[in-house]
Design a protein around this ligand. Structure first.
Ligand code: F6P
Length: 343
């Protein structure tokens, strides 16, 4: 047997741990492994080479991905889909493990529907893939956010300021809500719950009157804020999956300026950006990546193509990719409600 492995979309800490697990499980079964470079681009171009035991040695704790990544979408052109299917044949791949988020796994689901021997492993710092309790990378990203909030608390309190912390999270506010809960945020803006600047300003004023002369406000880059709705055109070009670049929105900076203008209290903004995607994976992400990666190979062994390895109630299981892709996993309203208790 020979399998290929690829990583697509934004990188996350834990990808190398997952690649290592896929390869090591395959070697354990006596199979060969091929590295498909730069996500779906590598399958389109035939940028595929042997992945050896030496290449996956010493990478468990390393951030990034030894395979490279891209946001290439083969479904923007039928000829590219054909190239993917042809290269699976040409390189004699009996299975392909696609490690990705909604976009990469969406492609995997469609290829599997066309009969390609593809299985999925969910990763994204956004944690918004359905059917799995956690995606690889989320825990590491949120650990960075909490560390940042701890540091920002002390400087905000020393200077009696509001500090707005912009975090990633395109369609779902998992990083903002879990990071904010663990880091003691005083207000959280997310894509799921439409809030307003007036609300946050009233809250900052109330805290001031109570003698708390600082506030930490967490804002998801994709948050919905009544007074700051931007059209997609304003945000510029889209990627191959139709997403605009949310870092261009400058949402955190706008919120900080508005708070200062409306309350008269000094405010600053910190954008955590790609720091959230860097560094070594946490213990949780290393183990999650190892369990999911190994299970993906087992799915190929069982001929369960079109499935995605998932974590469900601390057990590793699998669900059809089509089911996982049918909707995004947004933040449980109970968590939003819990967070509000501490505003
Ligand atoms: O898709 C995951 C993600 O981290 C989003 O939260 C964010 O909007 C996007 O990637 C940023 O992507 P890029 O690296 O292309 O700027």
């Amino acid at each position: 047997m020979r399998i290929g492995v690829l990583t697509g979309g934004g990188d996350v800490p834990g990808l190398n741990a997952a690649i290592r697990a896929v390869a090591r499980r395959a070697f354990y079964y006596g199979w060969e492994v091929r590295a498909i470079r730069n996500g779906w681009a590598g399958l389109i171009e035939g940028n595929i080479a042997p992945l050896t035991p030496n290449q996956v040695s010493g990478i468990l704790h390393v951030g990034g991905t030894i395979l490279g990544a891209s946001r290439t979408n083969p479904f923007k052109d039928k000829a590219l889909v054909r190239s993917c299917l042809d290269n699976i044949e040409a390189f004699s791949l009996d299975g392909v493990v696609a490690i990705g988020g909604e976009d990469t796994l969406g492609v995997a689901a469609k290829l599997a529907e066309m009969g390609a021997p593809v299985v999925g492993v969910p990763k994204t710092i956004d944690n918004d893939v359905s059917g799995t309790d956690y995606t690889i990378g989320f825990d590491s990203a949120v650990a960075l956010v909490v560390d940042a909030l701890d540091r920002l608390h002390t400087t905000a309190s020393a200077h009696h300021r509001a500090i707005v912390v912009e975090v990633m999270g395109r369609h779902a506010g998992w990083i903002a809500v879990i990071g904010g809960l663990a880091g003691g945020a005083d207000y959280i803006f997310t894509p799921e719950v439409k809030s307003s600047l007036e609300e946050v300003c009233a809250h900052v004023r109330r805290r001031w009157e109570q003698g708390k002369r600082f506030s930490i406000i967490v804002v998801s880059e994709g948050a919905q804020i009544k007074e700051i709705m931007q059209s997609e055109e304003e945000l510029g070009d889209k990627d191959e999956f139709g997403h605009v670049r949310l870092d261009r929105r400058g949402l955190g900076e706008t919120v900080a300026k508005e708070i200062e203008k409306r309350t008269g209290f000094e405010a600053r903004c910190v954008v955590l950006g790609h720091l959230q995607r860097g560094g070594s994976p946490t213990v949780f992400d290393r183990v999650l990546a190892t369990r999911l990666g190994a299970h993906a190979v087992d799915l190929i062994k069982e001929g369960k193509f079109g499935y995605m390895a998932v974590l469900h109630s601390n057990e590793i299981d699998a669900i059809p990719l089509s089911e996982a892709m049918s909707q995004l996993k947004t933040v449980d309203p109970k968590l939003h409600e819990l967070a509000q208790t501490f505003f």
